[in-house]
Design a binder for this molecule. Structure first.
Ligand code: CP
Ligand code: NVA
Length: 315
């Protein structure tokens, strides 16, 4: 089955499902889409198309950006959650995929294990997008890198400091570094560091592990962090609070980074835990641009998956 006008069925289950050239296309297209949005110019390239969104975890940004984005592209959206669908009553995810994908043009899922997303995708007739799993959050990294490009230009050759949990965001940054040729400095407390099994197939030239978060930040062009407890790990909350106490991004840590370093956080944030208020609300922070850019990059992504690359400016 070939749902795009130009090629075979494509999914976006992790960042490295796309090549460097395809990521660069998405950033370029997002620029055009954002510029048109800011000028109130219609961009209805997905007229009559339908997106199904399946949420098995909570969301604010992902839901609003995909839903608003699809409507702005001229399409429509169906929102499902575990509790209001048969997924919550043990219908196999494969059967849900078979049924939903006969009725819509595109599916976005936020779920737990990456394997659950992969099971859905392998039974889907239409493209499937990862809206966050325990392992990866590729849509967020599209927005983060687009935000970097808007503020500073190419990310090639730059250094990103990842401070905190080796979570879905961290592993997606590592994939981005290899694809787009930059380096990630990673620092987290013992017990919450990168899993050797998961980095075995990554090029060690693109990441470096530090015991001290200050050392990880030294000279970094971008400092970024995330919650100490990701969704699905709430039972570990107290233990994590204790373990991560020295991995709070504060002004002292930012002072180890390059003088004009940016700060990013995918949000939601907990001021006083993973980041201090003066950093996230300070002049180096671009977190609101990051959040807004989810809308623009995902519109480019949805277009790409349904229509293939668009060479000419669309109506
Ligand atoms: N950053 C992000 O994915 O936010 P939500 O959990 O609100 O969707
Ligand atoms: N790492 C966080 C990101 C939330 C957008 C989580 O998985 O909960």
């Amino acid at each position: 089955m070939s749902p795009t006008s130009t090629g075979p069925l494509r999914h976006f289950l992790q960042l490295r499902d796309f090549s460097r050239a395809e990521l660069q296309y998405i950033f370029k297209r997002a620029r055009l889409i954002k510029d048109k949005f800011k000028r109130y110019q219609p961009h209805h390239t997905l007229h009559d198309r339908t997106l199904a969104m399946v949420f098995e975890k909570a969301s604010t940004r992902t839901r609003v950006s995909f839903e608003a984005g699809m409507y702005q592209l001229g399409g429509s959206v169906i929102h499902l959650t575990t509790t209001d669908s048969q997924l919550g009553r043990s219908e196999p995810i494969e059967d849900t995929a078979r049924v939903v994908s006969r009725m819509v043009d595109l599916v976005m899922i936020r779920t737990f294990e990456q394997t659950r997303l992969e099971r859905f995708a392998s039974h889907s007739r239409v493209p499937v997008i990862n809206g966050l799993t325990n392992e990866y959050h590729p849509c967020q990294i599209l927005a983060d890198i687009f935000t970097w490009i808007e503020h500073r230009g190419s990310i090639q050759g730059r250094t990103v400091a990842w401070i905190g949990d080796a979570n879905n965001m961290a592993y997606t940054w590592l994939q981005a570094a290899e694809l787009l040729d930059f380096v990630v400095h990673v620092s987290g407390p013992p017990g919450y560091q990168l899993d050797p099994d998961r980095v075995r197939d990554l090029d060690p030239a693109h990441f470096k592990v530090f015991d001290s978060p200050d050392d990880a930040c030294r000279g970094a062009d971008l400092v970024t962090t995330d919650v100490w407890t990701s969704m699905g790990y709430e039972a570990e909350n107290d233990e994590r609070r204790r373990a991560f106490a020295d991995w709070c991004v504060d002004m002292d840590m930012m002072d180890h980074a390059a003088p004009n370093a940016l700060f990013m956080h995918c949000l939601p944030a907990h001021r006083g835990e993973e980041v201090t208020a003066d950093v996230i609300d300070g002049p180096q922070s671009v977190v609101w641009d990051e959040a807004e850019n989810r809308l623009h990059v995902q519109k480019a992504l949805m277009e790409f998956l349904i229509l293939g690359p668009q060479d000419t400016p669309a109506a």
